[in-house]
Structure formats: structure tokens, C-alpha cells
Design a binder for this molecule. Sequence first.
Ligand code: AKG
Length: 300
Amino acid sequence: MEALINGVKVPNSLLGSLKETNLKNVTNEKLRELLNNDGYLLLRDVIDKNDIIKARNDVFEKLNNVDELTDPFTEGIWSGKSRRDELHKDRGVFWEDVSNTESLRKVTNGNNLQSVFSKIFGISAIGFDFIFLRAVSGGKFTHMHCDAGFFTRKTQKVLTCWLVFTDITIDKGPLFIIEGSHKFLDIKNKYTGFDVDVHKHMKATIDTDPITFAQERNTKILTAQFHPGDALIFGMYTVHGTFENYANDKKIRLTCDIRFQPNNELKDPRYFGPSPTGTTGSGYGELNSARPLNEDWHVR
Ligand SMILES: O=C(O)CCC(=O)C(=O)O
């Protein structure tokens, strides 16, 4: 199977494997050292299988209710159709409801992940209330970027957790990380102080395509095969994106990115509280995921 981005095959010579870290075998100091050295941590089976499958099925059921999946919906097969707009007046309200699915929140904002991040930070951690659940259908991918412009308005001490709910082989558009990119000084300088909601003349997306970007820097595009319950954790200056989901079986990729920070750091009110407004202030409706599965995504 090939890795595709925007219809272009990524040469195998540029691909590398993300290193796994076993939480059981490492001290908290070692976790921090690995994160500093590599820019990411790949943790397997962080969430109990039953919990992740329950959350996945509950989300799939809501997508099935708007005819976006075929039966049996637990397979997560994209129907190519949607009645989301017909059945729900407001896309944001619909997606907020999906994002607040109880079993999903148990996983994303429950004790388990919170304790992993408390270990990493070495101090009590908290997950952002505003979460980025992504149901990704055929042809879609996330452009390469780093997360600083979204989440560092109040503190730099923020980490992203990309949590996996479905089996993600290379044809289903897994996340990739540009090896060593958290140490690229030009990236750090360019994106420090950048705020996507303030500096509207600038985009978070890095325009150079990932293949050229990796070739020019003589580095690799790292990825892995992911399974439900896996978590990929990375910092605000780690350059990443996703491959395209072109799977022949039409199974969607379901993942959720959740941000964590030490609880004693200043909190960005856009992302915390009972009804957070999100990056631009327009709530869950601003997310690509609020669009029906058969509609194209915007680029930020
Ligand atoms: O899952 C995706 O499509 C993108 C995830 C991402 O960019 C992130 O977690 O920061």
C-alpha cells in the first residue's frame, strides 16, 4: 500500500517509522527526555479497548442517523450521502452534540489521558474542553502545519494528543510527523507568536508540499500503523499533517485531537468551559468536521 498526499505517492525512501514508547518501562523524566529529543511520543493501547469501541460506536451511530454511514454502521463505512443539513438546522450545534457524546468524553477528558499528561508535565494536567473529533472520508487529508498558531495564546506549555478510534493503515490517512522538525529554527521563529485568529494574512498551513519539505531538509516523513486506543503526542512546533484516506473499503478514519496543559498555567478561554467558542469564536461550526462527510474541507 502506498502513502498518498493530495493524490501524489510519497516515495518509500522518504518514509520512516515512528518510535514507540512503552509507558510501563519509562520514568516520567525519560518521557520528557524522549519528547524533547524526538518531538513526539507514540503510546500504544493507552485507552481500554471497550471504552474506545463504545465511544466509536456511539459517534458512528450519530453519523448513521444522518445517513452518512451504511449499515451495519459499526463498520464505519462511508455512504457518500448525507442528510446532516436536512435534519439539523445548525452544523455547529450538531457537531457540538457529537463531540459531547458521553462515552467519547469519558475517553478524551477522563482520568486515563489526564494522568498520562500529568506524568509528562510532572504536574497536574488538564485537557482542553474544546476537542477536535475528526471523521475523515475518502480523498481527504490535513495539510502540513504545526499547532502553535492555534493553542499558545496563553501558555507555550501545551501538547497535542492525537487519539485513534479506528484501525488506520497507510491508505486510511494516518498522521505523519516530519522527523526532527521540532528543532527546525526557521519553523520555530516563524510560528512563535503567530496566532491564526489575529494574524489573518498568514496561514498555519506550510505551503511547501511534505515531499519537497522532507527532501530539502534531508529528513524523513514518519508514520505508523495505528490501532484503536493508540495516542500520538507532540509539541506545538512539531510539523505534521496526514496522508490521504483513499481506502477502497470506504472505511472512515475516526480520530480526535485533544490538547493538554499543566493545570496551573493560564487557560485560553476559547477552549475551556461549558460551551467553548473555539479558535475563531464561532464554536464547533468552524471545524471541518462540522461539514457533512461528502463535502470538501477548508484550509487554514
Ligand atoms: O487528524 C487530522 O486530520 C489532523 C490532526 C492534527 O493536525 C493535529 O492533531 O494537530
